[in-house]
Design a protein around this ligand. Sequence first.
Ligand code: PLP
Length: 472
Amino acid sequence: MNTSNTTSTSASTRSTAEWQAADAAHFLHPFTDFQALARKGSRVIAKADNLYLWDSEGHKLFDAMSGLWCVNVGYGQKSLVDAAARQMLELPFYNAFFQTTTPPAVELAELLAEVAPPGFQHVFFSGSGSEGNDTVVRMVRRYWELQGQPGRDVIISRWNAYHGSTMAGASLGGMKYMHAQGGLPIPGITHIDQPYWIEHGRGMDRADFGKLAASWLEQKILEVGPDKVAAFIGEPIQGAGGVIVPPETYWPEIQRICDQYGILLVSDEVICGFGRTGQWFGCQTVGSRPDLITFAKGVTSGYVPLGGVLVGERVAKALIEQGGEFEHGYTYSGHPVACAVALANIKLIREQGLVEHVRDDVGPYLAAKFEALRDHPLIGDTQTCGLMGAMLLAKAKTSAAGGPELFDPALEVGMVCRSHCFANGLVMRAVGDRMIIAPPLVITRAQVDELMGLIHRCLDLTVAELRTRGQF
Ligand SMILES: *Cc1c(COP(=O)(O)O)cnc(C)c1O
């Protein structure tokens, strides 16, 4: 190995081709077909500021995905960087095992209790969202053991949910292609269909469909046996599944069913937390009262890894008052540097009023722009919630079945559109034929206009390409 230039992290020290060759030779990327990536060469992202990225060729990109749904305060926020540097000098690491603690972890736990919905006074820290959901599985089962009901261990989740990529996270998730590798899900996890009107509710009134989709939870509880069901887990708005905003009737009905059967409700807010939906937490937007809240991503705006579980009164009381050791924890539970950055991040969100900015200003502004997008010939449907948005690329606006007429999935129209986005300086994600965005919360109206300009351009280019191919 050539050690002379392996320590440098500056993009300018090597050519793009050299970065790509070394990348293909050594780096196994997440969720990647290694051969395909090696053939094509990875895109090297070299620096970032505010909402913008620059690749190693100097091309500027508008990052409409906040990195991976996480850079809520945008890139280049010095207060987060300073907090990390200060903490690393003061105390870069100490653990929270064996009855020790560190000031940043204590302060963050305290601050989280302040910004969390009422009733959340405790937190368990992890290093990521996936680990947070592993903790959820352990904690939910521990709770029922403490209640003298150890047989109550089944967790119900939804198809096309995303809850991470560890054994428990991927099992809770409803991505069938993930289950197909490695014998998942693990025992005790079962799934119901998602509240996606286009897939399951065409021709129905959307509000009625919301209630129907929630009733699948009750059906599943009865099928498994109410005395065996421990919890239901869901993202308030599904993120990685394609920004699927359920009908307003869905979550209240889910809540009613959880209450009726006494099962725990877990809100996976790894994306929806920390302002994304225009409230501190997504459960406040959709009107649910969870017992546990998983968080990660936005808690540090992705500057360093951190995740965890906010623990509501019912579970906290059992864990604390009924006593005994909870045999679970991570080396990095409450990592002082991560906690210091999270503190700076949450303070910044507060000082800049970013939650209100999303709720009252740019959220509604984006919603209006997305609604107007429905006039574009390629758009069959749009949905937004706060600063999450989805547009469905469709062959026609109506169909005999109700709703838009979809493209043949084999055409991979979403990928066609995504290529035009990258080529035109826009990072927008494709989930099937749903094009989705989740820009940093610091976005201004002028930047929403800029984003919409880029989106229109890319949609027009996609139409032109599909017409040349005779597919539209
Ligand atoms: C990203 C994500 C996770 C997993 O978080 P990691 O930090 O990647 O482990 C879990 N749940 C949801 C809803 C997510 O979006």
